[in-house]
Write a protein that binds this ligand. Structure first.
Ligand code: F6P
Length: 326
């Protein structure tokens, strides 16, 4: 009988725990009698034919490593029909009949479009992004690690903010989602978070100034979600400089350090469970689903649902921060 392989790739921004997911997919697949091929550099590598067989040894000593041993990329070519056709040809040539995609929203949207055209390839998604913005799963692989990294940084920034009586605007990642900003603000004892989900007519900067940090504190930390629309931390710092020239203001943009580092225990366990879940889903005949976690149970979310809408942020977290930051 002709041998068939499961392919695995990472796509989009890397996230700590992707290696733990690759390891889990590989070992669980082998345990269940499959063979596995790793596709390098995401959809770009799939189009270019960058494929190698993975064994239990290939994934040894990787669970603790950040980044991804398969490398990753954002592929413009995969957005075109011609690119997807080439990707399909690679899969046929390599005898890969099921593809596991570890990535975020954009990567799963690509998988959804691909799966709709090439029905003989089974696609399964694993949520790999620090942003935690995938609908249907309580957590994404990499989010917990990034959150802890941010908190560690903010703890350090607070030392200098307090010593100088300064206002610090700390910009964190999240694209259009405020999970990292809101929860890192709570965990680091920051005075405010400015997040896309809390966009209202009332000015968020004004609200935080009025909440009275001046009454009790001489320094303060505001975590700001990166945002194309609102201009991010620099924008708010400029405004403070203009409107409240009596305050000393500084900006710290944490940038890509949030994506690096060894994954937390939570992310390693999550990635391991989801990787095993992906193989289980294949065995059950599932296709075109994201493997997620909800209320500590593995769940299957159809791609169309996972990519369609915004994942809601629990608004009570805004109240928690507001009450505790007085
Ligand atoms: O999606 C993950 C993420 O880190 C976002 O939070 C951020 O907006 C984006 O990727 C940055 O992408 P790049 O590394 O391609 O600049």
């Amino acid at each position: 009988m002709e041998e068939k392989y499961i392919g695995v790739l990472c796509s989009g921004g890397d996230a700590p725990g992707m290696n733990a997911a690759i390891r889990a997919v590989t070992r669980s697949a082998i345990c269940n009698g499959f063979k596995v091929k790793g596709i390098y550099r995401g959809y770009e590598g799939l189009i270019a034919g960058e494929v190698k067989e993975l064994t239990t040894e290939t994934v040894s000593n990787t669970i603790q490593r950040g980044g991804t041993i398969l490398k990753t990329a954002r592929s413009k070519d995969f957005m075109t029909e011609a690119g997807r056709q080439k990707a399909y040809e690679t899969l046929k040539k390599e005898k890969i009949s099921a593809l596991i995609i570890i990535g975020g929203n954009g990567s799963l949207s690509g998988a959804y479009t691909f799966a709709n055209t090439y029905a003989d390839i089974v696609c399964i998604g694993l949520p790999g992004t620090i942003d935690n913005d995938l609908y249907g799963t309580d957590s994404t692989i990499g989010y917990d690690t990034a959150l802890n990294t941010i908190v560690e940084c903010v703890d350090k920034i607070r030392d200098t903010a307090t010593s100088h009586d300064r206002i610090f605007f700390v910009e964190v990642m999240g694209r259009d989602a405020g999970f990292l900003a809101q929860n890192s603000a709570i965990a680091s004892g920051a005075e405010a978070a400015i997040i896309p989900e809390d966009r209202t007519d009332a000015d968020q900067l004004e609200q935080f100034i009025n909440r009275g940090f001046r009454k009790t504190k001489n320094s303060c930390i505001v975590i700001v979600s990166e945002s194309q629309k609102d201009g991010g931390a620099m924008h708010y710092a400029e405004r403070i400089k203009k409107e409240y020239p009596q305050y000393e203001v500084r900006v710290s943009i944490l940038g890509h350090l949030q994506r690096g580092g060894s994954p937390s225990a939570f992310d390693r366990i999550l990635a391991s469970r989801l990787g095993v879940g992906a193989i289980q889903a294949l065995l059950e005949g599932q296709r075109n689903v994201l493997i997620g976690i909800h209320d500590n149970e593995i769940v299957y979310i159809p791609f169309i649902e996972a990519i369609k809408g915004d994942k809601p942020l629990d608004k009570s977290l805004i109240e928690v921060l507001n009450e505790l930051s007085i």
